[in-house]
Ligand binder design. Structure first.
Ligand SMILES: [Zn+2]
Length: 438
């Protein structure tokens, strides 16, 4: 007896052979996929089930994995514009300090994580000031989340000290060490905002708990010059010398790297989270994605926060990741749609050490599945589902979302949580104005 059967539709498995199954069937038992294949046309009856969803030409994909986000920054979307990262950050921190506390962070987290969920994201890697609140919002929505204590060397939101950050990071890892839905991490902001000794302290906690370690790295030319002035090294060499790079290190951005830095990332099995929209909008540059792929670095995709890129859209992220290198290098045949789709799914699962559980649709894996509508004008006719997903689809095409076999989004609406009350509370917040930041 299956808890859920999905019949019909084209299944993009994202398995090792990248099999695509037309007119497929998926059976789910106890949150896992226990049947996947082609519908047997000779069989009159379906296997026994509790619930069955019959599809009509829709596409079924593994849930998307957003490898770099600041969900609660959705509260500040559109507030700080037209500035480079360094000036922008000063304004962002002012805005955040004006209204953020654990309660408002919880509201913002619901807002940003719900936007991810509606867009077909089933796992989010999120860095923010109050990780316990982000985790609460995520668990309430039914999403998978990787987050943890942050570190920053100046009095940020909440005015906490390094010692307080250490306790919080350690407590977070302890609490969620065996969680099914929360993957614990330690998240120092960057090597230009956290000194070497404090970075090593953060990594020690990550090592103690075998947790993910995620940091902004090599985002701008300014950052590279700054780290060189301070420590005599480029960013990745600096991180490497501090022993921070390994298969648990997710490096957000990596826009400005030299060849040897890319080799260090590959040699240490570190992971890059590529955030093309945020990099474009802040004028940071365009990451050398083709080089990453040629060096077989694990590249994942992220939206960054809605305060930098103004949305949390993994579909736009995929499209930019696939098209920017072609335009930049004037080569239409590089960074193909399949490469990019893997960045948004299985590569993210590998980055989190969870590739045996999520990131593809295979027997024994968690049933994190997204059903994509193919009824829109831009879906007719549809020649190739992969190029369609990467170059034509948008978040409005996401119809249903299942996480661990549980339906969280139905017909484009969240059903796992009452988001309407959150929207009312967000509207009541006394937000800073554009003028108050100048
Ligand atoms: Zn970021």
């Amino acid at each position: 007896m299956y808890d859920l059967l999905i019949t019909g539709g084209t299944i993009i498995t994202c398995n090792n052979s990248f099999n695509i199954i037309e007119d497929g069937i998926i059976g789910v038992k106890d949150s896992k996929i226990s049947l996947i294949g082609s519908k047997d046309k000779n069989k009159k009856n379906l296997p026994e089930y509790k619930e069955c969803v019959e599809l009509n030409n829709e596409i079924i994909i593994p849930g998307l994995i957003n490898a770099h986000c600041h969900a609660a920054d959705s509260l500040f979307r559109g507030l700080v514009e037209n500035l480079s990262l360094e000036d922008w950050l000063q304004e962002v921190w002012k805005a955040e300090k004006a209204i953020l506390n654990p309660e408002t962070t919880l509201l913002g987290s619901y807002l940003g994580l719900a936007e991810n969920l509606l867009a077909g994201v089933t796992t989010v890697v999120d860095m923010f000031w109050y990780p316990f609140e982000t985790a609460k919002a995520s668990l309430d929505l039914g999403l998978r989340l990787c987050t943890g204590g942050i570190f920053i060397d100046f009095p940020g939101v909440g005015g906490r000290t390094h010692e307080q950050y250490l306790v919080e990071a350690s407590d977070f890892c302890s609490k969620f060490n065996n969680s099914e839905f929360v993957i614990p991490a330690v998240m120092p902001h960057g090597s230009y905002t956290v000194g070497p000794e404090h970075l090593k302290d953060a990594k020690k906690i990550a090592n103690d708990f075998k947790a993910i370690f995620s940091i902004h790295a090599a985002e701008t030319m300014f950052e590279q010059k700054d780290i060189k002035n301070r420590y005599g090294d480029t960013v990745i060499r600096h991180l490497d010398k501090l022993d921070l790079l390994d298969e648990k290190a997710i490096l957000a951005h990596c826009v400005h790297l030299d060849n040897a830095e890319m080799d260090i990332i590959k040699a240490t099995n570190s992971i890059i989270a590529h955030n093309p929209l945020s990099n474009l909008k802040l004028g940071s540059g365009i990451a050398p994605t083709l080089d990453f792929l040629e060096k077989e670095i694990n590249v994942t995709l992220g939206t960054d926060g809605a305060i930098s890129g103004n949305d949390l859209d993994m579909w736009l992220t995929m499209r930019l990741a696939a098209t920017l290198p072609k335009g930049k290098l004037m080569k239409p045949d590089i960074v193909n749609a399949k490469d990019v789709f893997q960045m948004a799914t299985i590569n993210g699962a590998k980055a989190l050490g969870k590739s045996s559980e999520i990131g593809s649709l295979e027997i024994g894996k968690q049933a994190d599945m997204v059903i994509i509508s193919t009824n829109s004008l831009h879906s007719i006719p549809l020649f190739d589902p992969i190029t369609h997903l990467v170059y034509s689809c948008s978040k409005s095409d996401v119809k249903h979302v299942y996480i661990a076999g549980k339906q969280c989004v139905k017909d484009g609406s969240i059903i796992s949580f009452d988001i309407e009350n959150i929207i009312k509370d967000v509207k009541k917040l006394k937000m800073p104005t554009l003028n108050s930041l100048l």
